[in-house]
Design a protein around this ligand. Structure first.
Ligand code: F6R
Length: 237
């Protein structure tokens, strides 16, 4: 594991963007796994700037998002598809056909989960997976549980995650209770993983994820078993 410290959230975004830019320069047809949430916003801003300045291009890249809320259409302002359009897809030269995100609004979610795993497999798997860290240790929406799901699946969000994500909605009643998430299998099969963690509130869970015992109760602890993990954080452990 490589641990990179950033001075603050702003420099975390810049360092993450430079890290991803280097990967794209080396492999223009990179398959990227992408997170949403507060943590990667700065990274997306800097990547967009680098792309707009012509220093990098996503024209040959492919992206797969980690997750989407069940029941929200792609044009719902709190959907992750909307987030990605706002922060990244519309700001870089990624062809429309090269982005994918699970749909949470269909009537057959099992078929959607299957389609998503097949699409990732057809693309050759994830080359670089970028992750955020949930306050309860989740990665994607793989929540603490007595087991871990390998494949893309529908998950019941824990009360902790619903509470944490209420900040994006008018009230907790509006937060969807379920999500479709990439499983731990696609994440762990990525060639490289970049975990982004920002803010004091995540100190304890980051410590458990990196140095605690590997357990399904702390899903991110499985990252300890990945052969090429980089952790970029503004928390001095
Ligand atoms: C979002 C995702 C989640 C977030 C995590 C941290 O696509 O996969 O695992 O990365 O909940 O969210 P923030 O960055 O908002 O603290």
């Amino acid at each position: 594991m490589e641990l990179i410290y950033a001075q603050d959230n702003l420099s975390l975004g810049q360092i993450a963007a430079r890290w991803v830019a280097r990967e794209i320069l080396v492999s223009p047809n990179l398959v990227l796994g992408l997170p949403t949430g507060s943590t990667p916003i700065g990274m997306y801003q800097y990547l967009a700037r680098l792309a707009q300045e012509g220093l990098i291009s996503f024209a040959q890249a492919r992206t797969f998002n980690l997750d989407e809320y069940v029941g929200l259409t792609a044009d719902h302002p709190q959907s992750y598809a909307y987030f990605m359009r706002e922060h990244f897809w519309s700001k870089v030269d990624l062809p429309k056909g090269n982005v994918d995100i699970p749909r949470g609004d269909g009537s057959d979610l099992a078929a959607e989960c299957h389609r998503y795993d097949e699409a990732i497999q057809r693309a050759g798997g994830i080359g670089v997976q970028i992750l955020g860290l949930g306050l309860n240790g989740h990665i994607g929406f793989n929540e603490p549980s007595h087991n871990m799901e390998i494949h893309t699946h529908v998950v019941d969000l824990t009360p902790e995650t619903i509470l944490a994500n209420t900040r994006f909605f008018l009230n907790s009643g509006e937060v969807p209770r379920q999500a479709v998430t990439m499983g731990v299998g696609s994440i762990m099969q990525a060639d490289k993983i970049l975990l982004l963690v920002s803010g004091e509130s995540k100190r304890d869970i980051l410590d458990k994820a990196l140095y605690g015992s590997v357990s399904t109760e702390v899903p991110s602890s499985i990252l300890q078993l990945h052969a090429d993990l980089t952790v970029l954080t503004d928390i001095k452990l």
